[in-house]
Design a binder for this molecule. Structure first.
Ligand code: HEC
Ligand code: HEC
Length: 162
């Protein structure tokens, strides 16, 4: 019974992939919920002090490897950690990296904000909005996604600040 059920869900997931529906959406039943089922305390404490803890599912494995492999030169800052800490984060993060259609492509600079899907989803936002002091950067997801800290990027919870 369990086996059958598992086979069935694998089939359904395969179908979503075939149809180009991303698994993040499919699994969460229509909401853009990217919160990992198990959160790493190390990731939360070390990777959310300068910005929020980005959902692992929003970058492919190769991008995460480069990000974690170059923390001393991290987007203009030094975000170095002890090798053991990097290893702990990698072990948790790598299996959760994005594999579905939209995310599989490695974005420029390994930035979520440079991914084609990101640009498309945000194309209606005026250039001026990104420059507001309340936003500052596209990487500042929580400025507009009020539930970003919970991994929820559903557009129902978007509010663009003044
Ligand atoms: C010392 C501060 C600091 C720490 C600690 C830090 N980051 Fe960053 N991170 C930055 C800055 C600054 C940027 C660039 C933000 C921008 O462009 O607005 C950035 C950007 C990123 C981006 C790209 C965002 C985009 O544009 O899509 C990723 C991915 C990322 N960080 C992952 C991590 C991970 C993983 C960790 C933990 C190992 C981490 N960061 C820890 C400062 C930090
Ligand atoms: C300036 C405000 C703003 C920032 C900053 C921002 N977003 Fe968005 N985002 C939006 C808006 C507005 C939409 C809804 C577009 C629409 O209505 O179709 C959106 C849509 C999305 C969607 C699709 C949601 C859906 O239900 O279809 C995802 C996923 C997403 N954003 C992720 C992110 C991530 C991850 C970051 C940070 C790396 C980010 N956004 C930063 C405003 C923002």
């Amino acid at each position: 019974m369990l086996g059958t059920r598992r086979t069935l869900s694998t089939l359904i997931l395969g179908l979503f992939v075939a149809l180009g529906i991303d698994a993040g959406t499919a699994v969460a039943g229509g909401s853009k919920d990217f919160q990992p089922s198990v959160m790493s305390e190390k990731y939360r404490s070390e990777c959310s002090s300068c910005h929020l803890a980005y959902p692992p599912a929003l970058l492919p494995l190769a991008s995460w490897r480069r990000v974690l492999g170059s923390l001393d030169k991290h987007y203009g800052v030094d975000a170095s950690l002890e090798p053991a800490e990097v290893l702990e984060i990698s072990k948790w993060l790598e299996p959760l990296a994005g594999t579905y259609k939209k995310v599989r492509e490695e974005p420029q600079d390994d930035r979520i904000t440079k991914a084609a899907w990101f640009v498309r989803e945000h194309r209606k936002i005026e250039a001026e909005v990104w420059l507001r002091s309340s936003v500052k950067s596209a990487a500042n997801c929580a400025a507009c996604h009020t539930t970003a800290e919970q991994g929820n990027y559903n557009d129902d919870f978007v509010r663009i600040p003044k």
